[in-house]
Ligand binder design. Sequence first.
Ligand code: ATP
Ligand code: MG
Ligand code: MG
Ligand code: MG
Length: 486
Amino acid sequence: PPAPATAVRDAFLSFFRDRHGHRLVPSASVRPRGDPSLLFVNAGMNQFKPIFLGTVDPRSEMAGFRRVANSQKCVRAGGRHSDLEDVGRDLSHHTFFEMLGNWAFGGEYFKEEACSMAWELLTQVYGIPEDRLWVSYFGGDPKAGLGPDLESRDIWLNLGVPASRVLSFGPQENFWEMGDTGPCGPCTEIHYDLAGGVGAPQLVELWNLVFMQHNREADGSLQPLPQWHVDTGMGLERLVAVLQGKHSTYDTDLFSPLLNAIHQGCGAPPYLGRVGAADEGRTDTAYRVVADHIRTLSICIADGVSPGMSGAPLVLRRILRRAVRFSTEVLQAPPGFLGSLVPVVVETLGDAYPELRKNSAQIANLVSEDEAAFLASLQRGRRIIERTLRRLGPSDVFPAEVAWSLSLSGNLGLPLDLVELMLEEKGVQLDSAGLARLAKEEAQRRAQQAEPVHEQELRLDVHALGELQRRGVPPTDDSPKYSYSL
Ligand code: ATP
Ligand code: MG
Ligand code: MG
Ligand code: MG
């Protein structure tokens, strides 16, 4: 029988500890410590940034780190690497995922050892057939004065990967950066072919091995790091899907308990795993969004980031509201449903991350409270719209001030795109010029108070919802990004 996710995670950690002398370190909190360049921890390497930059306190425990490995809680929602818009639409991107990683600091080992350890783990320990694996390496970036990483290419060839499955890509794919600033370097990646030799390869990225050599400065320039390091990251959910013979991370034991609980709690039709245009009523998309988002909410709240008004808390609030809309409007969830999923998340992840179990009741309460507040705001918003419409003439536009008062920045806290949609449903035109003016004033006000809010964070992605469908507009064929063909 295929290994459960817990065994896959454990096998990774013991491989690096027992076979290759790595020290295991716990996952850091998803709340970045003293790093304003990040909204959430987005990679395993974040907590080691001081080592890369050479600024680690020599008296700290970290100063002694040479070879370490861990499983890091990561959130990619907002900021560089944000995957929020893709979640639900594809079968491989989550807002919360676990990144398995190993590191070699200060030249403890470099490209050759890193690649051969990764290859050994995937093919010998996990038993993935070699002919299903493809690799990529950095093809160089002439504009930045960086040459191709032929060393990595040769290492893969020497490990026996045929040249036809060793591909080079530019900086977009094979030069990894933590954020707009911070440590970065060329990377080499391992991809898995879902098609298995039948027809064109269908590749999904599994593991990224980064060779940290530079720091991206605020002015955009690259500065050499004082020492070179290995930094790798592999998505546990994708690895588990491969090892459990699935094409989707949602079909693994990390997600199926959640999908089952959603099915039972909402009375929606069962989850069938359809994507894009095939998912007509957006039911399967909604299942994925809700399952993904409740994991993220649980993990973040356990780490002390609760839904709120700006920065990471605002992103979390948006995630919660997105989950509420998908669950209530597409899956017909009863009020309070979202909070009832928290124990299922705790059941699947609580052993690996005990802070979940410890805060379980508090997480469920917070989720339920915010859900109730949002549903109440929605109702009040609808009433205000009705009342305003009654005093409008047939050719009047909807006043921008009222729309604004309903929005996130106004009193009711409804995302602006949701307000727009509610008006559209009533067939009334909004004074968009007036609204744009108000939004601009608000942006200026926030800039003065140094309160950054990204426009992207204010939107709820309503187009992914079922409304367009219900109004007879066919969904765009956003084909899943889970895999790509060459
Ligand atoms: P992709 O190209 O699929 O978006 P990435 O190149 O952005 O992935 P990396 O930054 O290289 O990802 O992160 C290392 C690994 O983490 C990836 O190889 C993948 O296995 C996993 N991973 C990245 N983003 C996600 C996500 N949103 N959900 C689940 N796993 C992810
Ligand atoms: Mg990505
Ligand atoms: Mg990638
Ligand atoms: Mg990558």
